[in-house]
Write a protein that binds this ligand. Structure first.
Ligand code: GLC
Ligand code: GLC
Length: 819
């Protein structure tokens, strides 16, 4: 069953049933001010850091799940009847309910008793505020007298403290109300120079800033007393729960529409200009007031919204495909890049499943997120690469995470995840291929953010490679450390203490557990660094990398092959993991994808054998599971992976992040049918008809879909913030559709289903626009062997770099007629 539909022309998903299986969310903002918003207006906002600068409250894991939001209420002042046009929290039966989640905005609309209401929520570019534009239309034959109430609940900034430290927090809340604007200024008197504001475009009939005055004792958001009685109480919060609500009276003639604008925003004052008059404790509003006044004007709001739409048209224009497959086109052209933007901004911090207080930015997560983002805003990717590399340790190793506000490595999760450094090489390589900006390699970047340790970024990459080479085990494979990509394969951990974190607890010393996965990743990274070294004319380094990669490939061939697939690892005792010798967990997905992506097994046929094993043992209609057979009990020597019930998460769930590796592997062996088949199994649009099973949003990838051993196979969790976004974009755009930036040009190497005919692609690259027509007979399953570039024939499949920026380059790519 579906709960809505795609509106491809407007680039929106239109939810038409408010009671979706889970809250279906969207993101507001993409620079410094962010929010999440559900299809019924639940969610919260923050400035830069979801933990440390949280503006509004949201109650995770509540019943119902989605509590706290940007709610407006309408009240018919003649009858006293009131409702939420976003359905929640009052849950009145609405007509024509629709939530249009678009790119950086959401529009929620409905009709109740002849009154239509539509609210547009978005963050204007360059600002630290969000706009709620409410349009109320009277579709009745008589005039209507209505009351409109806004409502939010302020968070006392640090979301972690806010949710735990009640002995203090019930006494510190402070607000000001001036000229109809509600200012939230808790702790402004002392070390905070920031405050929040909540403004309204209309004269107020009243306001509330004390939550319980607005709701009434023992009431919840579904029937606030102020709304029920049609009058606010002009409450001023002193401690307890500061909140914000405006009350506006509207008289609307038949057929008439009234617009009301609410603004919620964040502002900072210079420390020496905090108070007005100086010496008082009153916020100096002179800096913020012009911004508020500006955005309370409908024309300014309209213009800002158009600018947001235009911004996305431009960003999405960088890579567009017209393949005729709607699931491919809408994910490639709209939703997948959008999700990549969100993962770039949020890392794993704020979603329905990530509370915003849990983690910083992951070293490996962020590096991989860049793969799907770098083509959109390379300058921001560059900055991020420097930030990440600045947290690298002098050994070449990495803190597993760093804090976005301080940009410092975070010792909470420690280090020694031995895959971490290699991802940095992949990310820098992707940046260089996209931009050609080799100057980044010479940027002086510190280690562990310590002044005086700055070395060229290039050297950081070299140390990443050395890190792996210096940490090899008895078979010559890389030591796994705490874990590799799979956080839950903890081969040196041996945890027997309840509640202890598998990621941070002291590992058993003397561990020699090795990872075949890191070996594959290393080969990719070393080859990338070899190319980078060659670009710099550093032939010696290039040669070193090439031979290190070759040597590692041999080690994998010798010790990483199990007979019909690649092994996963060797455990603490040197026994194989992911082998036919094991009772459970005989085959894992990660090394199949990673080793074949790295080219291992292509020349000796093992790649195909491994992929056959994947198809037979791991593939399900809902995607490819991590491993089989699932672990049915806790294995002390394997760690967290065996704590999950079978079919969930790392224990044989469809961990979607890994699926594109297998798709890419399929293209490496020339199986376009197989690659696209896997792609469509986890493509959210292709799963839209299964929404009651999938349960997550049909417009974004999920981290995990429950596997075949689960009680709920096909059920998605952890949507939005997942490396799946970047990797699926890479798999479909670069390997299946085959448009791949390289140092020397744009590779055009599609590997698509045989049945496909011609298709077209547009790719902006290095300042030029490549308009690519793939000429292919339906039935042909070969590769592109010849191009015509601006009328001239080029052998092979590499379209050269543009001769001049701004060029429009016509490319025809001819797929061999016979397989
Ligand atoms: C989560 C983590 C990621 C890890 C994956 C597999 O998605 O964010 O870093 O690789 O789980 O354990
Ligand atoms: C990753 C994994 C998750 C695990 C967590 C540990 O996010 O996906 O399963 O519990 O790491 O912090």
């Amino acid at each position: 069953m579906r709960y809505g539909h795609f509106d491809d022309a407007r680039r929106e998903y239109v939810i038409t049933h408010p009671d979706t299986p889970l809250p279906w969310i969207n993101y507001l903002g993409s620079e410094e001010y962010f929010g999440i918003i559900s299809n019924t207006a639940g969610g919260y906002s923050f400035y830069r850091d979801a933990r440390l600068r949280r503006l509004t409250r949201y109650r995770y894991n509540n019943a119902p799940l989605d509590v706290g939001g940007r709610y407006v209420y309408l009240r018919d002042d003649a009858s006293g009847d009131f409702w939420s046009p976003s359905w929640q929290p009052t849950q009145r039966e609405l007509e024509d309910y629709a939530c249009r989640h678009g790119l950086g905005y959401s529009i929620i609309s409905s009709r109740y008793q002849g009154i239509s209401a539509e609210t547009l929520y978005f963050v204007p570019g360059g600002e630290t505020l969000e706009i709620w534009l409410v349009r109320v239309t009277n579709e009745r034959a008589e005039p209507a007298k209505l009351s409109l109430f806004s409502s939010i609940e302020f968070c006392l900034w640090d979301a972690q403290d806010d949710a735990t430290n009640f002995q203090r927090n019930y006494s510190v809340g402070e607000v000001e109300v001036e000229d109809g604007v509600i200012y939230h200024k808790t702790e402004y008197r002392e070390r905070r120079d920031h405050f929040a504001f909540f403004a309204c475009s209309e004269p107020l009939a009243g306001f509330d800033t004390q939550r319980d005055a607005f709701l009434g004792p023992y009431r919840s958001w579904d029937r606030p007393i102020a709304v029920e009685r049609g009058a606010s109480s002009n409450s001023i919060a002193h401690g307890w729960q500061p909140s914000g609500s405006h009350h506006v009276r509207l008289e609307i003639g038949p057929g008439e529409t009234k617009e009301v604008i609410f603004l919620l925003g964040y502002a900072e004052n210079p420390r020496d200009a905090k108070f007005d008059p100086p010496g008082s404790q009153t916020i100096d509003k002179r800096l913020v007031r012009p911004t508020i006044d500006r955005y309370l004007q409908p024309a300014v709001v309209a213009e800002a919204f158009e600018a947001l739409r235009a911004r996305w048209t431009d960003l999405l224009g960088i890579c567009q495909a017209q393949t005729g497959n709607e699931h491919v086109d809408r994910m490639v052209n709209v939703w997948n890049p959008y999700q990549c933007m969100v993962t770039f901004n949020m890392s794993r911090s704020a979603s329905l499943f990530e509370s915003g207080i849990g983690r910083g930015m992951g070293f490996r997560d962020t590096s991989q997120d860049l793969l799907g983002f770098v083509h959109m805003i390379p300058s921001r990717a560059r900055e991020r690469l420097i930030d990440v590399a600045s947290t690298q340790l002098p050994t070449g190793g990495a803190y597993h995470q760093y804090q976005p506000l301080t940009k410092r490595g975070n010792n909470d999760v420690g280090s020694r995840f031995n895959d971490d450094p290699a991802w940095l090489v992949l990310a820098v390589a992707a940046y260089l291929k996209e931009t050609g900006d080799t100057s980044i390699l010479d940027v002086a970047v510190p280690y562990d953010n310590r002044p005086g340790t700055e070395r060229p970024l290039y050297e950081h990459l070299q140390r990443s490679i050395v890190y792996t080479l210096e940490r090899r085990g008895p078979h010559g494979l890389p030591l796994i450390g705490r874990a590799d990509w799979n956080d839950c394969l903890n081969l040196n951990c041996f945890s027997e203490t309840p509640g202890e974190s598998f990621q941070t607890t002291e590992n058993r010393s003397g561990g020699v557990a090795e990872s075949v996965f890191i070996a594959g990743l290393f080969v990719l990274a070393a080859n990338d660094l070899a190319e980078i070294a060659a670009l710099r004319g550093d032939g010696a380094e290039a040669a070193r990398c090439i031979s290190a990669a070759a040597e590692m490939r041999d080690v994998v061939a010798q010790h990483g092959w199990d007979g019909a697939w690649f092994r996963r690892a060797y455990d603490f005792y040197g026994r194989p993991v992911g082998s036919a010798e094991n009772d459970e967990g005989q085959i894992f997905i990660e090394p199949q994808g990673m080793c074949i992506m790295a080219g291992i097994g292509l020349d000796d046929g093992r790649a195909r054998v491994a992929l056959d094993s994947v198809r037979q043992r791991l593939a399900t209609p809902h995607g490819i599971v991590v491993l089989q057979p699932a672990f049915t009990r806790y294995h002390l020597h394997l760690g967290e992976i065996s704590t999950y019930p079978g079919g969930y998460k790392e224990n044989a769930g469809v961990f979607c992040h890994t699926n594109p590796w297998v798709m890419i592997a399929e293209t490496r062996v020339g199986n376009g049918d197989g690659a696209l088949d896997y792609y469509l199994r986890i493509n959210p649009s292709a799963r839209e008809d299964l929404s009651e099973i999938h349960r997550g949003e049909p417009y974004v990838y999920a981290q995990m879909i429950a596997g075949k051993d689960a009680a709920t196979p096909g059920e998605a969790k952890n949507t939005w913030l997942t490396g799946t976004a970047a990797w699926n974009f890479t798999a479909i755009s670069q390997w299946i559709l085959g448009i791949r930036p390289e140092h020397a040009g744009l590779r055009i190497d599609p590997c698509v289903p045989a049945a496909w005919g011609d298709f077209t692609l547009t790719r902006r690259f290095r300042g030029a626009t490549y308009r690519i027509a793939v000429r292919k007979h339906a039935g042909a399953s070969g590769r592109v062997t010849r191009l015509r570039v601006d009328g001239r024939t080029v052998g092979g499949n590499l379209a050269p770099l543009p001769a001049s920026p701004g060029a429009d380059i016509e490319v025809e790519a001819f797929v061999e007629a016979t397989p």
